[in-house]
Design a binder for this molecule. Sequence first.
Ligand code: SF4
Ligand code: SF4
Length: 107
Amino acid sequence: MALLITDECINCDVCESACPNQAISMGPEFYRIDPDRCTECIGHFDEPQCVMLCPVACIPVNPERIETREQLMAKALRLQPQAVVDACAATAASGSGAPASAAAPSA
Ligand code: SF4
Ligand code: SF4
């Protein structure tokens, strides 16, 4: 699922640089997420970085963009294949279990 930013955003600018997919940018009034670039951080991190950092918790799931983990992984590979491969390799090397990008059963 892609995420979205609600009008509760206070434009603190914390999330934009944390996004591995450059999916976040300033909109007309507050920050926004490009659903075609948001992978919920699958392929890069275990948790959505923007959600972890947002001080006002204004980044829910976009109900219009329900996607499976496999679809999100395919999107991540399409956007940044080398970065995803590197993230998977780092996770495997650390022995910390399946990377966020691993093909886990869909929820
Ligand atoms: S969930 Fe990850 S990929 Fe999606 S907008 Fe937030 S930081 Fe970017
Ligand atoms: S971290 Fe939250 S409040 Fe700050 S710009 Fe991003 S969405 Fe807005």
